[in-house]
Design a protein around this ligand. Structure first.
Ligand code: ACO
Ligand code: LMR
Length: 264
């Protein structure tokens, strides 16, 4: 029989050995000729399958809505400071990306994990939020620095509207909304934020599309695919901020003394 030398790498998402590269088996010519979009390419390379149009459209909406949020947020600030220190595009980009994490943009996976666990266990929003408080863990996907109960995040509203129109079920999102109703009764800043909206809605996408087994959904949530959406999206804005600073020929940034409380 055939003897195969052991390999050092296993790869299952793409193949460049033939006449043209393939993403999850789909040749690049089909991607172009059949009018695939970025959402389709993400479906192929991340989920190894073609997803229905409403799913790929949802992915693209997430990317577009999270592409930027102005110069004052952590990521853009780091990128701007780095670009103004004369660093190159990649350094400026990664400097901004490195701020993405549990407080900023990188709470999507944990939001999905905690909302899924609480919903699947049948916890009421009260039981869920109070159990998190007892454990000393902030509810991922809840809270915002500038958004409030009376000044909601437009991105969250747009995502919810799309999903209510196109998704077969939005049970996880509705649960997240009930959690928000409870947290807003505690404090006005504890809104469902864009990370929480994407986390809960992606659970609905995974569960409602019929394209994933229960084990696959558990694996996606456990590995943590969803922060990737924010990382990918915000890279667009961070690259823009780098070009903007270079175009404006901005000098080295130095933070003003007046804005620092020097104390012992
Ligand atoms: N769950 C429970 N309580 C919270 C939460 C939360 N998610 N967020 C804030 N609180 C409470 C705090 O404990 C605090 O109460 P305390 O003073 O009695 O301790 C009060 O609300 C005010 O908290 P601040 O620290 O002033 O809130 P801040 O505006 O600094 O925090 C943040 C904003 C970081 C987003 C916070 O709400 C949080 O950690 N949320 C969870 C992580 C998350 O979802 N991040 C993504 C944000 S969206 C984005 O980055 C694109
Ligand atoms: C963002 O998307 O960067 C914002 O939601 C964060 C912020 O503090 O405004």
């Amino acid at each position: 029989g055939k003897v195969r030398a052991p390999t050092h790498i296993i790869s299952t998402i793409s193949d460049d050995r033939g006449e043209e590269p393939r993403y999850a088996g789909v040749p690049m010519s089909s991607i172009v000729e059949q009018g695939y979009g970025v959402g389709d390419v993400i479906s192929l390379l991340w989920f190894k399958r073609s997803l229905p149009r409403y799913c790929t459209q949802f992915i693209e909406i997430c990317i577009m809505l999270c592409a930027d949020h102005g110069p004052c947020v952590s990521g853009a600030h780091n990128t701007i400071v780095t670009a103004r220190a004369g660093k190159d595009l990649v350094s400026s980009l990664v400097s901004g990306l490195l701020t993405i994490g549990p407080r900023f943009g990188g709470a999507i996976d944990d939001a999905a994990r905690y909302f899924k666990d609480a919903y699947d266990k049948g916890l009421s929003p009260y039981e869920f939020v109070e159990s998190m408080k007892k454990k000393g863990i902030r509810v991922p996907g809840i809270g915002h620095r500038i958004k409030r109960g009376d000044n909601r995040d437009k991105r969250v509203e747009l995502l919810q509207k799309f999903a209510r129109t196109h998704f077969p079920s939005v049970k996880y999102m509705e649960y997240a909304v009930q959690v928000e109703t409870y947290t807003l009764s505690k404090a006005n800043n504890l809104v469902l934020n864009v990370d929480g909206a994407i986390g809960s809605l992606f659970l609905d996408l995974l569960a409602g599309s019929g394209m994933f087994t229960k084990q696959e959904i558990d694996e996606i949530v456990e590995i943590g695919y969803l922060n990737g959406l924010f990382v990918l999206a915000r890279s667009i804005g961070l690259i823009g901020h780098t070009f903007d600073q270079k175009r404006l020929k901005q000098p080295l940034y130095r933070h003003p003394w007046e804005d620092v409380l020097y104390t012992k």
